[in-house]
Design a protein around this ligand. Structure first.
Ligand code: AMP
Ligand code: MN
Ligand code: MN
Ligand code: MN
Length: 287
């Protein structure tokens, strides 16, 4: 069967999404998704639940994760698909990547206090489903709750984006490490939403794609909720130039916050190799 409506990027309460893995699987099926992966940030603790829920929904499934990486001084995200989620090196690598999040969150709260916002650490914690994974998104939800901003996008714009008062720089995993954790666990590494790295010059972007390939990366997100139509074209061309397979995913976090719902994306351009063709053996089919 040809798969068109694959959605290989979304977040649950195990990272910074607001729905459980079970609710996401149900929503994916209801929206016509034909192949689904849950890609929580730096965390695969939800993968067994996602696999079970996909089976319950009759939904073909791949394991997934979205790893935070520091490249050229900026944060880049690498999606991993179809890996063995019992792999010990991957588990340890992700645990190390998550490690600094609590301290970073305390520093963010201290910075926000300086601009007159008290109690942000405790406030953000109320939204955290996994104590190991406190993220900027949880702070954003708290700042919306307090009425300081109208929505989470507005919070990022005013407080949490690089250069804003609540932003605390953080060193994440190395690009080569993240790609190796994924590939050595039998998965495929994918550059997530390349159109979102606005601070990169064309030279830095070329370096990211080149080094990613050298480390064994095989895919790039072309159709994602984070890209404009123009970016679909730009990154389709980059996929061909760098001989990378193409991925597709909504990056869905929440019914109220996300622009793009699960499974509600245009198809991948026909001339590209879908990343799931590299992963046919790793797809779990419902009985
Ligand atoms: P963190 O991993 O803690 O740095 O948080 C990164 C997360 O913040 C991303 O995965 C998004 O979910 C969210 N995020 C980043 N930028 C924005 C933005 N401009 N608007 C809304 N959410 C954002
Ligand atoms: Mn997120
Ligand atoms: Mn991301
Ligand atoms: Mn994401």
């Amino acid at each position: 069967m040809n798969i068109f409506n694959a959605d290989l990027h979304c977040h649950s309460t195990v990272s910074d999404g607001t729905l459980s893995p079970e609710a996401l699987a149900e929503r994916a099926r209801a929206n016509g998704v034909e192949l689904w992966a849950l890609t929580d940030h730096d965390e695969i603790g939800g993968q067994q639940r996602a696999r079970d829920a996909a089976r319950t929904q009759g939904l073909p499934h791949l394991t997934g994760v979205e790893i935070s990486v520091t490249f050229a001084g900026e944060t880049v995200h690498i999606v991993g698909l179809g890996f063995d989620d019992r792999n010990e090196a991957l588990r340890q690598g992700l645990a190390a990547t998550r490690g600094g999040r609590e301290e970073r969150a305390r520093e963010m709260a201290a910075e926000l206090l300086k601009v007159g916002i008290p109690g942000a650490f405790e406030g953000a914690l109320k939204y955290v489903g996994n104590p190991d994974l406190i993220s900027r998104t949880h702070f954003a939800r708290y700042l919306v709750e307090t009425g300081r901003c109208s929505d989470t996008n507005d919070v990022f714009r005013k407080y949490l984006a690089d250069g804003k008062p609540g932003y605390v720089p953080h060193r994440w995993a190395g690009l080569g490490d993240a790609v190796r954790w994924i590939t050595q666990a039998g998965g495929v590494a994918v550059i997530a939403h390349p159109g979102r790295y606005h601070r990169f010059t064309p030279t830095t972007e070329f370096a990211l794609f080149s080094e990613f390939k050298e480390h064994g990366g095989q895919g790039v997100e072309v159709v994602t909720g984070s890209h404009t139509t123009a970016e679909y074209g730009k990154y389709a061309a980059m996929a061909i130039e760098f001989d990378l397979a193409a991925s597709r995913g909504s990056d869905f976090h929440s019914p109220v916050e996300s622009r793009t719902d699960l499974g509600k994306l245009p198809r991948l351009p026909a001339q590209l190799t879908p990343v799931w063709e590299l992963l046919a053996e790793r797809i779990t089919h419902p009985a």
